[in-house]
Design a protein around this ligand. Structure first.
Ligand SMILES: C[S@@+](CC[C@H](N)C(=O)[O-])C[C@H]1O[C@@H](n2cnc3c(N)ncnc32)[C@H](O)[C@@H]1O
Length: 316
């Protein structure tokens, strides 16, 4: 029995009206809730829920709910922000999460400022609930760094990633044509690449809707196009692809995700196109890169990051 099912069995009132479930992973058990709105900004997970015929959205709608269930994310600030939003629009707020996602610190912080009505600890995690209230002081603010806007819950919040910076320094200054930025994040790579005048178009493909909204603020150039999408499924025909591919799914290392990005790059590049990629030095990408491309050159990186220039895509 999941923590939520146990909570309903031991005192959490079943909602008569609508429920919103905020940031549930794709295995989250909705028990037998009906009239459920799912909120998830990450495209592949949002898609899983909509394929199950649930109502999905990327942001909490302006509506009132009987129950809001907030699933902890890896970002403490983002989770606090989601709890505050839920508390504003719902009669009862449930917070559920693993210890590794900081549920205990949210529990401790909230117990100091409001009455917690019940709690369940189970399976290395905790769930607790309380009545909706004003927690606006917990809302997170946009963070501006070197003129770039970032927000809790995105990659490299409040700073420019050193690997991405290294990639930009290594790019040829004569980049031309149609470019794809796979996993574009809040837009650092694209904003710099648009400094090359011969670039005619850049497609920023990013699964995290929050990051893409930041990118729209950071990349104000008519040559940029923004796509909320799964980069591993992206189609097109490009002169160059740039990327600093993700290598985590949640907290778990996921080498295959990075490899799927490389496969996507080889599929969408023109026969004369180039992939420019940075990766953490410990990631074993070389064999797979050589399966996807006829020529792979490792360029000088540093102790933490390696840089690759791959050409002659094999169209996997
Ligand atoms: C290592 S970060 C790089 C971000 C940005 N390019 C930069 O250099 O700062 C990888 C990015 O890929 C995004 N991402 C992860 N899985 C994705 C997917 N399946 N499709 C598109 N983007 C994805 C993450 O949200 C994250 O923004």
């Amino acid at each position: 029995m999941t923590r939520l099912a146990l909570a309903f069995a031991t005192g959490l009132p079943k909602p008569a009206g609508p429920t919103v479930v905020i940031y549930p992973n794709s295995q989250f058990d909705l028990v037998d809730l009906v009239n459920v709105q799912i909120v998830h900004p990450f495209h592949p997970i949002n898609r899983v829920w909509s394929d199950r015929n649930l109502k999905t959205t990327v942001m909490l709608p302006a509506a009132h709910y009987d129950l809001a269930v907030v699933c902890c994310t890896r970002s403490k600030k983002q989770t606090a922000d989601l709890i505050a939003q839920a508390a504003h629009c719902s009669d009862i707020v449930v917070v559920d999460g693993q210890k590794t996602d900081g549920i205990e610190s949210h529990y401790k912080a909230l117990r100091k400022q409001l009455d917690v009505n019940g709690t369940i600890t189970k399976a290395h995690g905790r769930l607790f609930w309380f009545a909706g209230t004003d927690l606006d002081h917990m809302r997170s603010k946009l963070q501006v760094v070197d003129g770039f806007t970032t927000q809790a819950g995105v990659f490299s919040v409040g700073s420019i990633d050193s690997g991405s910076e290294l990639l930009i320094q290594s790019l040829p200054k004569d980049m031309v044509g149609n470019i794809a930025d796979l996993g574009a994040g809040w837009g650092y790579l694209s904003s710099k690449i648009l400094g090359f005048e011969a670039v005619t178009n850049i497609d920023l493909v990013e699964a995290n809707h929050i990051a893409l909204e930041c990118a729209k603020l950071n990349v104000a150039d008519p040559r940029a196009n923004f796509h909320w999408a799964d980069a591993t499924q992206w189609a097109g025909c490009y002169d160059a692809v740039v990327m600093n591919p993700p290598f985590h799914t949640g907290r778990t290392g996921d080498i295959d995700l990075g490899r799927s990005f490389m496969a996507a790059a080889s599929r969408i590049l023109s026969s004369k196109g180039s992939l420019y990629m940075v990766a953490n030095r410990h990631l074993p990408y070389e064999t797979f890169l050589n399966e996807c491309f006829g020529k792979v050159v490792e360029q000088p990186g540093d102790s933490r990051f390696k840089l690759f220039h791959a050409t002659r895509p094999k169209r996997k």
